[in-house]
Design a binder for this molecule. Sequence first.
Ligand code: CP
Length: 303
Amino acid sequence: MLGIQGLSFQDINTLLDLADDYVDQNRQVDKKSSSLRGRTQINLFFEASTRTQSSFELAGKRLGADVMNMSVSTSAIKKGESLIDTAMTLNAMRPDLLVVRHPDSGAVALLSQKVGCGVVNAGDGTHEHPTQALLDALTIRRRLGRIEGLRIAVCGDILHSRVARSNIHLLTALGASVRVIGPPTLMPGGIEALGATAFTSMREGLEGCDVVMMLRIQMERMTGSFIPSTREYFHLYGLDYEKLAYAKPEALVMHPGPMNRGVEIDSLVADDVDRSLIREQVEMGVAVRMAVLDALSRHLPNQ
Ligand code: CP
């Protein structure tokens, strides 16, 4: 499971339908089932994570797998061991599933060629974050009943965002009209070739939108100056009620987290229980990751 690109309409809907069932299971007192019983899942995160790592851990455990979290900060990677040597070392312990996050685009795909188990991309550089896009789609589908025909804006630091890329692939595949909005310095060349329409004005881009998905400004990936100041960025692109009014009156707000409050989103909007889906996104994350692990476990290369 390396990206949304390459998944069919049917693949995506099968995963979303399976995840819907896991939402119900996760709301029961007994949240456990056994589709991964006997399986070993290793979470290998070369970048920080709160939501993705913890939800993959919960997902694996709720499906009955033995789950190990590899801490990169205390591993031999700190002594200079390479990504591939690390992967082959872990592979020798015969895991069934590796969940990997890495700062370099393409690193997870490279690693997947060296191991004999299922590999899930938990975010690779600026390339893809497929389970984030799936959980976003599930959140929208459950609230609005459909994806097809919706106008969805993805706003902010498009240049550095793997979430934006995965969402453009997924939402356009399901029939949504996707707009990307951000300053010219944070808008990658060729983004429209993926099927989105690009805007540099929030007023123009948000017009008629059903959903407004805000993105984190990724300071850690910026070398040089992409925005004049966070204060000016908020003035032009930060989502407050004034800018949200450019969208449809009932438009919903999303953010993958972690949020920079007061930079890309105003706290009042982020915490608005009527308009913000941010907490639902986190809940859907566990169900979607259960669906992905379950589906992958049925097709493991080391069966
Ligand atoms: N949305 C997301 O990927 O969050 P984490 O970095 O906390 O996993």
